[in-house]
Design a protein around this ligand. Structure first.
Ligand code: NAD
Length: 354
């Protein structure tokens, strides 16, 4: 049975990845999910996990900070993972602007602690989940390739670029079998509502203003989270140690176009007797002061993924967006728990004395 240590598995992409690998391998894997459960970590994300996996110890959760060297050593001693997939990170650019140091600790030091334990205990693969933001900002033309020089411009992207470098150093120096993936913006179920798409969906449904940074013409490439999980799995199983792989949706859009698409799609999805439909309008859009150092455009050349593994995004953006909206409509309690802080109360109660 394959033993996989997933870090940050209570976050957005990590929890989707855990569902993804159980769907793929069923009871043939053991997943050890470690997560510090910051504001972004939510065990409720995994509430739909088949109880059979939990009963049979195919799935284990431990609340652990990746910066805690002793705790990480204990995890490796106890579970002896063969694969490590590092999702754990402080992930929100705005928060990195107000508290950079936390990003450096978790994203750089935490990664180095995991790399060290992986080396000490001899893992088969260490996979680092990185971002296209390490490449900096593009002009109107061109794409990021794996050869594009790193040029991170926010404390978040600088910390992720540093983590990539330390991963590469563990491969070059110690021959630790490391792979790195750099993906564009993800969307889908279980995304924390501070990020553009769930924030806007929630605000549209609750008749709140839709704050857009600056002119809203910043360009991002969007990929459904399940396509990202599939790409990560291809790299882990078939990728070469020491290699970097760009992952993207070939799907560029401005932020303002995304918000308009969400307004149109929500208006289409809500039934005519739903009172919320009355308020859904472009009038909610409000332009606010731009983010400091806001990168203008990201775009990914993912041809290496296609060439090496035949990987391509399988979910069309229009369909993925509709499914995502429907998911947020059907999981209003999930959103409500986060927004009202009920989740925190639930967590404190659940973990009291553990
Ligand atoms: P997220 O913020 O939703 O989840 C991060 C998870 O890490 C949370 O569960 C949090 O509790 C956990 N965590 C934070 N600090 C920790 C620590 N010190 N120890 C243990 N756990 C800790 O983020 P996400 O959007 O799921 O992103 C996951 C990874 O993917 C990150 O490394 C991010 O840089 C990368 N990434 C994200 C995107 C995107 O669009 N969301 C795109 C490309 C790459």
């Amino acid at each position: 049975m394959r033993k996989v240590l997933v870090t940050g598995g209570a976050g957005f992409i990590g929890s989707n990845y855990i569902y993804y690998i159980f769907n793929k391998y069923h009871g043939d894997i053991q997943v050890i999910n470690i997560d510090k459960l910051t504001y972004a970590g939510n065990l409720d994300n995994l509430r739909k996990l088949d109880s059979q996996y939990i009963d049979n110890k195919n799935y284990v959760f431990e609340k652990v900070d990746i910066c805690d060297e002793q705790a990480i050593k204990r995890i490796f001693e106890t579970y002896k993972p063969e694969y490590v997939v590092n999702f754990a990170a402080e992930s929100h650019v705005d928060r990195s602007i107000s508290d950079p140091q936390l990003f450096l600790k978790t994203n750089i030091l935490g990664t180095q602690i995991l790399l060290n334990a992986s080396l000490q205990f001899g893992v088969t693969r260490f996979h680092q989940v990185s971002t296209d933001e390490v490449y900096g900002s593009l002009g109107a033309a061109g794409l990021f390739t794996e050869q594009t020089p790193l040029d991170p411009r926010s404390p978040y992207s600088a910390s992720k670029a540093s983590a990539d470098m330390i991963c590469k150093a563990y491969y070059d120096t110690y021959k630790l079998p490391v792979t790195i993936s750099r993906c564009s913006n993800n969307y889908g179920a279980y995304q924390f509502p501070e990020k553009l798409i769930p924030l806007m969906i929630n605000n549209i449904l609750t008749n709140k203003l839709l704050p857009i940074y600056g002119d809203g013409k910043q360009v991002r490439d969007w990929l459904h989270v399940v396509d990202h999980c599939e790409a990560i799995e291809q790299i882990i199983m078939r990728g070469k140690p020491g290699e970097i792989y760009n992952i993207g949706g070939n799907n560029e859009s401005t932020n303002i176009a995304i918000v308009k698409l969400l307004i149109d799609s929500i208006s289409e999805i809500l039934s005519s007797d739903d009172l919320r439909k009355q308020h859904v309008s472009y009038n909610l859009i409000t332009h606010i002061e731009d983010r400091k150092g806001h990168d203008r455009r990201y775009a990914i050349d993912a041809s290496k993924m296609r060439r090496d593994f035949g990987w391509e995004p399988s979910i069309k953006f229009q369909d993925g967006i509709k499914d995502t909206i429907v998911w947020y409509l059907n999981n209003a309690d999930w959103l409500e728990n986060i927004i009202t802080g009920d989740y925190q109360l639930y967590y404190d109660k659940f973990y009291a004395g553990k």
